[in-house]
Design a protein around this ligand. Structure first.
Ligand SMILES: Cc1cc2nc3c(=O)[nH]c(=O)nc-3n(C[C@H](O)[C@H](O)[C@H](O)COP(=O)(O)OP(=O)(O)OC[C@H]3O[C@@H](n4cnc5c(N)ncnc54)[C@H](O)[C@@H]3O)c2cc1C
Length: 400
């Protein structure tokens, strides 16, 4: 199948089945006895997407995926994010894809059989656990969580926070980054281990809210580890290589994040333009006002510029490799959510009260998009990277 045909399939799936059932999904969540599991509508849509081959898009075919390259996957990321829960319906939540790529590339076979297959088949969920409340987690080299070797086991002690998806009933394992050698050089202190969720000594702690949203059914929760033992063979990659391993999924993760923000901005445009056509104020549609057309035009220009930059970055990642494109990878992490937030804000403003209510998906999308400026490295960290690389480039130019 050509990528074009696949794109049309995803577009139709989102338009015809996901967006129209968005409100029903929220109703089901509100009525649920247990908010930490898929709603019936999500289960149905996941089953349909899987049956139609709209599943695991960037993963290789032997993992039930489509083997899409970054540039092929990018426009699909955009469309899946017309709804906040869209990626999950195609088993393409960022953490699922990152964890699958990490296991596929670095895990021993026994872990692949036991955890990777069920994850890619959509039978279980996973979480990635890096952040610690008492440590500035923008810089993962600072993490203090203890992973101590004891005979044939590792013993884990500490508290992790903000583990997205860990609250779900379906969450069966954690990829956890912690310190195996706190005295080693900064980038060699940490290791990545797979921890089954049902291991003795793990307690799920408080579930965070994000500006009032609990982000059910996924949730972000604390995980408390009290002398938790896992076999040493649950190590992913080599001891001390955790930080480097985390970087290995950067490409697909960043494209998913950047194009996801573009998808969110496009959804805001759909809502804004429909509303501007239909809302009659002073005897004419809101769209007749210059302030509104100006906002629409600005939004379109900003979205197109950001999308072009991200697609160019994806192309360069494939052509030149991650190292050569470090500045772009950092820049798009700052640019994409900034554009999406601006477009969302304009759409909310022209909706009046409706733009701040459950009548539109805009406020929840805004709340989610606001977190993207902090998660996976705050804006300031990425701007610092862009500036450092620019200074180096200019110095090299002067020296040449
Ligand atoms: C909705 C949501 C979901 C999340 N999901 C997960 C998850 O699944 N797994 C997980 O492990 N974590 C997760 N996190 C946590 C997230 O990754 C961290 O919050 C993020 O890495 C920032 O770390 P911190 O909160 O410790 O902030 P800090 O590192 O303390 O930074 C605080 C602020 O200081 C400033 N700052 C930091 N460094 C610099 C610098 N070098 N220069 C200038 N200013 C700087 C920035 O403004 C930054 O926002 C999630 C967070 C949210 C909000």
């Amino acid at each position: 199948m050509t990528n074009d045909k696949l794109l049309r399939q995803v577009e139709a799936f989102m338009h015809d089945r996901v967006i129209p059932t968005e409100i029903e999904h929220h109703r089901q969540l509100l009525a649920a006895d247990n908010r930490w599991t898929y709603t019936p509508i999500m289960r149905q849509l996941r089953a349909e997407a899987k049956a139609e081959g709209l599943w695991n898009f960037p993963l290789p075919e032997d993992l039930g995926g489509r083997g899409l390259s970054l540039t092929q996957y990018a426009p699909i990321c955009e469309m899946m994010n017309w709804c906040n829960h869209g990626p999950e319906l195609f088993n393409c939540y960022t953490g699922t894809i990152s964890n699958a790529v990490t296991l596929d590339t670095h895990a021993p076979d026994h872990l692949k059989d036991r955890y990777l297959k069920p994850l890619t088949q959509g039978d279980v969920r996973s979480t990635i656990s890096i952040t610690e409340r008492n440590v500035p987690s923008s810089d993962p080299t600072e993490l203090q969580f203890e992973i101590r070797r004891d005979g044939e086991d590792y013993v884990l002690n500490g508290i992790k926070s903000w583990a997205t998806g860990a609250a779900m009933n379906e969450c069966s394992f954690i990829l956890l980054l912690g310190a195996t050698d706190p005295d080693a050089p900064r980038h060699a202190r940490h290791s990545l281990v797979l921890v089954p969720m049902d291991t003795a000594g793990i307690t799920k702690g408080r579930i965070e809210t994000v500006m009032g949203y609990d982000d059910a059914p996924f949730g972000h929760c604390d995980l408390i580890f009290d002398d938790v033992r896992v076999p040493a063979e649950n190590l992913i990659g080599e001891e001390g290589h955790g930080f480097v391993l985390m970087q290995s999924t950067l490409g697909v993760g960043r494209i998913q994040l950047g194009m996801g923000a573009i998808g969110t901005a496009e959804r805001a445009m759909m809502e804004l333009c429909r509303w501007a056509d239909n809302r009659i104020i002073g005897g004419e549609p809101l769209a007749a006002r210059g302030v509104v057309t100006d906002a629409i035009a600005r939004s379109r220009i900003e979205i197109e510029a950001a999308r072009a930059f991200i697609l160019q970055s994806a192309h360069r990642m494939e052509q030149d490799g991650m190292k050569a494109v470090r500045a772009d990878i950092a820049a798009l992490k700052v640019l994409a959510p900034a554009v999406a937030l601006k477009v969302l804000d304009r759409a909310m403003q022209f909706h009046g009260g409706a733009g701040l209510s459950w009548d539109t998906p805009l406020p929840e999308m805004w709340a989610h998009m606001r977190t993207v400026r902090i998660g996976e490295g705050a804006d300031e960290v990425h701007r610092e990277t862009v500036a450092k690389l620019e200074m180096r480039r200019q110095a090299e130019r002067r020296a040449a």
